[in-house]
Design a protein around this ligand. Structure first.
Ligand code: GTP
Ligand code: MG
Length: 176
């Protein structure tokens, strides 16, 4: 059977989920961003899902992004079904959203036994929590937390490769 992997990208509003998938996808991303009906500090927000696809070492990697807003949380369960792994993104310069990220993580992992990693976006900005800080916050081993600039395809791809290694236990270095 040919392999293909499904990864779910979740996290609070503005964590960089849509941006991460756009930086990685080899096809135009299917996105569902709409004008936000609440004040969430930005104009548009994902209301259903993002979908992107890339191939690493001949293996198709399907990326599904969730909405950040909790009023769309019914989509979290739908999207995580059958996933190989979960990527929880947090914006490194938005520590006030970390409790929301913890809630999403606990919600999903308590209902679906899926391996996860934490990605810390905005590492390109000057005042930002490092992956080490965020690992301490979540009480996770440092290697389970990966920093990135989600707007950069190179940084996003390197982060994805590390994340795949963590959730699959396989070596992906050198595939790209
Ligand atoms: N400088 C910088 N900007 C980022 C990074 N990641 C995301 N952004 C910006 O942050 C903003 C929000 O990113 P989105 O990708 O829309 O966030 P989201 O997690 O999809 O948000 P929702 O769909 O509303 O839950 C956008 O303006 C991105 O360009 C990063 O690593 N560095
Ligand atoms: Mg989004």
């Amino acid at each position: 059977m040919s392999r293909s992997y499904k990864l779910v990208v979740s996290g609070p509003v503005g964590a960089g989920k849509t941006t991460f998938i756009q930086s990685l996808s080899e096809i135009p991303v299917v996105e569902t961003d709409e004008l936000a009906t609440e004040d969430i500090g930005k104009e548009k927000t994902t209301v259903a899902l993002d979908y992107g696809l890339l191939t690493l070492d001949g293996v198709p990697i399907h990326l599904f992004g969730t909405p950040g807003q909790e009023r769309f949380d019914f989509m979290w369960d739908v999207l995580v079904e059958g996933a190989l792994g979960l990527v929880l993104l947090v914006a490194g310069d938005q520590p006030r959203d970390f409790p929301k990220a913890r809630h999403i993580l606990e919600y999903l992992t308590s209902r679906h036994p899926v391996p996860f990693v934490v990605g810390v976006t905005r590492q390109d900005l000057p005042r930002v929590w490092t992956p080490e800080d965020v690992a301490d916050y979540f009480g996770l081993p440092q290697e389970q937390v990966v920093g990135m600039n989600a707007t950069s395809p190179t940084s996003a791809t390197l982060a994805l490769i590390r994340m795949l290694e963590l959730v699959t236990g396989e070596r992906w270095q050198g595939v790209w």
